[in-house]
Structures are given as C-alpha cells and as structure tokens.
Design a protein around this ligand. Structure first.
Ligand SMILES: [Zn+2]
Ligand SMILES: [Zn+2]
Length: 314
C-alpha cells in the first residue's frame, strides 16, 4: 500500500476516504484538521492565554505538542496537571507530562488533591466510612473539573484546552442520549459546557474532530512522550460498551463516527431554545451555576465535611 499523497510506503488507511497515508503525510493531515477546527470554531484568538489540561496520556500530550507548534508565538501556553493521589497510576503519567513540558519549554503547574483538599482520591471511601463501593469517576470528575476551573482562573487563562477526541465526543453523544440527558447532550461540541459564563473558563476541544487512532499514531510518529497507564479505579462500563458498539459500526461502515458527529453538529442549533427554558441558577453555597439548590461539587464536598468556599487556589 502506497501513500496517496507522496507515494512512500503507507502506514495507515482511511477507508472512508479511500486513501492511505505515510507517517509524515498523516501527521500533516492531523495538524491541518486541528488548525481548521480551531479556526472554524473560533477556539483560540491571538494573544489569549491558553491553559492545557495535561494528564500525560496520548491525547493531552499530543494536544500540548501541536498547540505549542502552532500557537506558542502568538499565545501564552501553560500546562496544568492534576495529581489525584491515585497510587500506581498518576506518578507514571505525571512523569511523562513533566518530561514533555520540559522538552517544549512550557510552564507546567501541578495541583494535587492532597494539597488543596487535604485528601487523596484513594482515601475517600475510608473517610466516608462506607463499606459500599463509591462511584470513583463521579467523585474524581467533580474534583478534577473544580480544580481545573480554579487553576485556569488563577493563571488568568482565557481558554482551557482539553484533549477530548472524536471517539470521546461520539461516546458522549450516545451516552447522554441513552441516559435521556438533554441538558448535557446539547452542551457537547468544540466549546462544551456553559458558554459565556464568567464563572467558568471556557473549555475548548481542538481534537473533537480527530480520531483516537490517528492521535495515537501521530504521538508515536512524532516521538511524543506519553503514558498508556489506565486508571485502576476506572469502571465506566457504559462508556466501554458504547465505545465497543461504535467501533463495531465504524468497522462495518467506515466513516460512521464522522457521520454521527456531523449529524450532531447539524442538530445543535435547534437545541438552543431548550437551554433558555432550562432553569440555571447559582449554587447557594459557592455561587457556581447549577440547576439545583447546591451544586454537585458542594454536595460531594459536604459529605466529606469540606467546605468548597475555603478551598480556592487563588
Ligand atoms: Zn506520504
Ligand atoms: Zn456549589
């Protein structure tokens, strides 16, 4: 199989395009698409401070690498990592994160649960004193989003770039569909979450149109240090089942993932009316936007006898 662009030996085939690519031509394709996504969705404006959520996995390291390559002259880029205190996992991923930030000469800030909240994620079941299993991903997700947002605000970031790829995006579309969660369903896309709120640093997803597989190949070709370690607490059964279903469809009908995303993007403008009707108020404790009296973060912190208000990074 030869590269459709330069005739060198191809290493990867895009079945839905009927084309194959060598390593350097695929890299070029990936970079071009990322730049197009950023431009078409106005993700990064000249002069903005861009925080990059850097976990040390392939997606976030590749994101930092590409943003540094194309935006370091016009924008200040700062990497943010979070240490949840997960034994046998986070140390390895943090090492890769540090290495990449160092090689690229990018400022890198690490925030740990232990320092900010006084506890590691691993300690939560003991503190709750419950024998029953806790939903790790819920706890961790709320903690992580909270710190990332606070950290991005503390460094005056205009945007917070995250490494979500096309596979993550399509899984998100289906999972919210399965759960009947219209509110979350309509807040996916290149600029997810609540747009235009001063309380949230706007998240951006420059990779939301890039396949996970292509990011992996890109990272390997370009010698980006990343970790393959998987979180030992991860029990996202529904996500795994959904991913398997989508991958099976993609295998049988190449291009399915793009079709699903395209359909979603066409549907999105029609969903804005629902957003207005929905009752968004401020959390009575911390003031963050929520649809309830107290936000999810405050409810969880309450269970640990921690008060969110005192745990600001600023
Ligand atoms: Zn080529
Ligand atoms: Zn709150």
């Amino acid at each position: 199989m030869k590269c459709s662009k330069c005739n060198n030996k191809a290493i990867y085939e895009r079945k839905w395009e009927g084309r194959a690519y060598c390593g350097s031509c695929l890299s070029e394709q990936v970079e071009r698409k990322v730049k197009q996504t950023i431009r078409e969705n106005n993700l990064i404006e000249k002069g903005e401070i861009i925080a990059v959520g850097l976990s040390g996995g392939k997606d976030s390291t590749t994101l930092l690498y590409i943003l540094h390559k194309y935006f370091s002259k016009t924008n200040q880029i700062i990497a943010i990592s979070i240490d949840e205190g997960i034994e046998g996992y986070r140390n390895e991923t943090l090492e890769r994160a540090k290495k990449l930030a160092c090689v690229l000469g990018i400022e890198h800030k690490i925030f740990s649960y232990k320092k900010i909240f006084g506890i590691n994620l691993d300690e939560i079941p003991e503190i709750l004193g419950e024998k029953q299993k806790i939903n790790w991903c819920t706890w961790c997700g709320v903690f992580r989003r909270y710190i990332l947002n606070q950290a991005a605000k503390a460094i005056n970031a205009d945007k917070l770039a995250v490494g979500h790829n096309l596979d993550d995006e399509v899984q998100g579309i289906f999972m919210n569909f399965f759960k009947g969660d219209l509110s979350r369903f309509q807040r996916l896309g290149a600029k997810p979450g609540i747009i235009g709120s001063k309380k949230f640093v706007q998240r951006i997803k420059p990779f939301f149109e890039i396949l996970e597989k292509e990011i992996l190949i890109y990272a390997m070709i370009n010698g980006i240090p990343f970790s393959n370690a998987e979180c030992p607490h991860s029990e996202e059964i529904m996500r795994r089942t959904t991913a398997e279903m989508i991958n099976k469809l993609e295998f049988e009908y190449p291009g399915t993932k793009f079709q699903i995303l395209n359909f979603y993007e066409k549907l999105r403008p029609f969903m804005t009316a629902v957003e207005i009707k929905e009752n968004i108020r401020s959390c009575e404790n911390c003031g963050e936007p929520t649809s309830r009296t107290n936000c999810m973060a405050c409810e969880l912190f309450d269970k640990l006898n921690l008060n969110l208000i005192e745990k600001s990074l600023q």
